[in-house]
Design a protein around this ligand. Structure first.
Ligand code: COA
Length: 639
């Protein structure tokens, strides 16, 4: 009904029609030798020389004519013929479903909204009702296949991207399992079933039907229902234990607790309602902490623990919209069904919807004929109480352990980097390498997510940013900054950026090595073959222990994405480059004596300044004369 455009102006107006993106090319299987050569190139400078010699022998044996590699490659090629995407299932299991770590901090990214100024409880409920209206609008766009198709931007811009991930935003559920989780997708039925949202409030869960008698609730109805939920949650005598805490535990522990929980039919019914809901809306209590960016990020990542809003969550559900009474708002996302970019698209739509269509609420809610929302009931056996205590304890440790630093670097942004004719993303990646080197005196296997949505059912592959070229640059930056070496430093920076950009292009065209190696490993397992030595080699284990896990998540609206580290001694580094500034969200664990998020961010700021100085001092003369040609040798071509 709104007359404003919900999509950014430059967004192509094409709608999401099946043929367009269903007709995308299939993800290629890269040539075997290319992957093996690249694997050696990626690891050679990151491990001791002796170990590398051994690994070289192992890799050569694997890739020898008539060897195991060729056989597995053939099998992968066969697999790619009869699947839409040969790596999808392997990747999903490896990246998410078989990972046993707790979802908060370790796996679920969050979006943090700007702080909202709620003057009263009704302000926050009004915000919630408005947001839910937007969610329902967005859901109907997805269901009607009426979302505009996303197109690739940046490197190799212009191709349509696979829209498959959007269909999973409101229909998936990550069911915990003893060894592996399952990503359940709700089947669409011919007759739409009654649709509902679960509202979490004071650790209680309420069913908010959003379609009643075939009519979608309007904002005023939603507000009335939310007010009723709020009142119900205040009744102390009816309060039930914080069952949501179980979903914040390790996946095996939660699976075990769940198997006990479902023995009771009341619990089964409650679980069923949560598993089939569209999403959660978590009405959080004020946290009592100062609302800095870092604190809001922390609260979004883990709810602040059991004494704050830690139990006011259900982590298995992909979308949890958090609305804090103190204005701390955002989204917590279960990552297995879709990538951060889809999360950004959805939340940006919602923020624009809320800004563009003024709330249609009158100040006071009227009495309503609507049936009252229902509280979900739980029967808590002593066993469940024990599980709950263990989950609470685990969450508290996670809360204490997370070391987070959200910081806005205001020295410059994308604009300055583009003026240098460098790829902003590659530049930031090289800056992160320099920072890590300054903090730790070495480089480590690094993960940067690269979208492969140019292909059918494409998710991501990895850009291994700790290239040998990056190492050469960061080493040179350690030397004294005499004028004489300035030209060498800028040359090494160029070479590092060029290597990074080339890797990016390989990755987004489906030619990176991580998915391919994973495919070879998994198909051997599937065929019940002995594990190839390549995958039992220590170098391989090192190569997938990502001490630095990075991702660019740009936004148009004012908000930011963040996540935790993926290994105990690592960093999570998410960045949001804007024209004149860059937001960095750096996380690590306090348990690790090696890491410190504050030190990392402080060092990063220094590195970015030094790199700018270097560019200003040396890049002017060195810039290619032809202004259409970029320093990395690519041209701004459209595919
Ligand atoms: N000179 C001048 N400008 C350049 C340039 C150069 N040498 N190289 C690139 N640029 C421009 C681009 O044209 C682009 O312009 P735009 O702002 O008008 O779009 C801009 O700089 C950004 O390009 P770049 O920094 O190279 O990065 P990118 O946008 O191509 O992003 C990835 C690279 C890897 C991040 C991207 O391909 C990707 O995969 N993103 C998804 C990551 C993801 O999934 N994150 C979520 C994980 S949960």
């Amino acid at each position: 009904s709104a007359s404003f455009s919900i999509f950014p102006k430059e967004h192509p107006k094409k709608l999401m029609t099946c043929n367009e993106w269903d007709g995308l090319p299939k993800l290629p299987v890269p040539p075997l030798q290319q992957t093996l050569d690249m694997y050696l190139k990626c690891m050679g400078h990151l491990i001791p020389e002796e170990q590398f010699k051994k690994t070289k022998v192992v890799v050569e044996k694997f890739g020898a004519p008539g060897g195991m590699g060729e056989f597995l490659q053939k099998k992968l090629l066969e697999r790619s013929e009869h699947t839409a995407n040969w790596v999808y299932d392997y990747w999903l299991e490896d990246m998410y479903l078989s990972n046993r770590l707790a979802l908060p901090v370790n796996s679920s990214p969050v979006m943090v909204f700007p702080k909202q100024n709620f003057r009263s409880q009704s302000d926050s409920l009004r915000f919630a009702a408005h947001l839910i209206s937007g969610i329902l609008e967005y859901k109907s766009l997805i269901d009607g296949r009426a979302l505009p198709v996303d197109y690739a931007r940046g490197q190799l811009a212009g191709t349509p991207l696979c829209m498959d991930q959007y269909n999973k935003v409101f229909t998936s559920y990550r069911l915990p399992g003893p060894k592996m989780d399952t990503l359940v997708a709700q089947k669409s039925t011919v007759m739409p079933e009654r649709e509902h949202i679960i509202v979490a409030c004071k650790n209680q869960f309420f069913v908010l039907d959003v379609v009643i008698n075939f009519r979608r609730l309007n904002e005023k109805d939603l507000y009335t229902q939310l007010e009723r939920i709020k009142k119900m949650s205040d009744i102390e005598e009816e309060r039930l234990p914080p069952i949501g805490l179980l979903t914040s535990d390790g996946r095996t522990q939660w699976a075990e607790a769940r198997s006990v929980l479902i023995k009771d039919s009341t619990n089964r019914d409650s679980l069923d309602m949560i598993e089939r809901c569209l999403c959660l809306v978590c009405l959080d209590e004020p946290s009592g902490t100062e609302q800095t960016d870092t604190n809001r990020a922390l609260l979004m990542l883990h709810g602040g623990g059991t004494d704050k809003n830690g139990g006011n969550r259900w982590y298995d559900k992909p979308m949890q919209f958090v609305i804090g009474a103190d204005g701390c708002c955002g989204v917590v996302c279960e990552h297995s069904p879709f990538e951060g970019i889809v999360l950004v698209q959805c939340t940006e739509y919602l923020l624009r919807y809320m800004r563009g269509s003024p709330s249609k609420l009158v100040r006071a809610a009227s009495m309503s004929e609507l049936p009252a929302p229902r509280r979900l009931r739980w029967k808590c056996s002593p066993d469940i109480q024990t599980f709950l205590m263990a989950s609470a304890d685990k969450l508290q440790r996670l809360v204490k352990n997370l070391d987070m630093n959200v910081s806005k670097f205001t020295g410059y942004g994308k604009e300055f980097i583009k003026k240098q004719k460098m790829s902003p993303d590659a530049y930031v990646q090289v800056a992160l390498q320099l920072t890590f080197y300054r903090c730790h005196g070495r480089l480590v296997p690094t993960y940067e997510s690269a979208s492969i949505r140019r292909f059918q059912e494409g998710r991501v592959d990895n850009i291994r940013s700790s290239t040998p070229e990056a190492l050469a640059f960061v080493k040179a930056m350690g030397n004294s900054s005499k004028i004489t070496v300035c030209s060498l430093k800028i040359e090494l920076l160029w070479t590092a950026i060029k290597a990074q950009t080339n890797y990016t292009i390989l990755a987004i065209t489906g030619m990176a090595i991580d998915n391919h190696l994973l495919g070879l490993r998994e198909i051997a397992k599937e065929l019940k073959l002995e594990k190839p030595e390549l995958f039992s080699d220590t170098t391989y284990a090192t190569s997938i222990h990502f001490i630095l896990s990075t991702s660019q998540v740009p936004t148009i609206e004012e908000m930011f994405c963040c996540y935790g580290p993926v290994v105990p001694n690592g960093y999570g580094a998410c960045y949001n480059p804007q024209m004149d500034h860059i937001i960095f969200c750096v996380s690590s664990f306090r348990d690790s004596a090696e890491t410190s998020s504050d030190l990392f961010v402080k060092t990063l700021e220094g590195c970015l300044k030094e790199m700018q100085d270097l560019c200003i001092k040396c890049n002017t003369e060195a810039k290619p004369a032809d202004s259409t040609k970029r320093m990395d040798g690519t041209t701004k071509s459209k595919l």
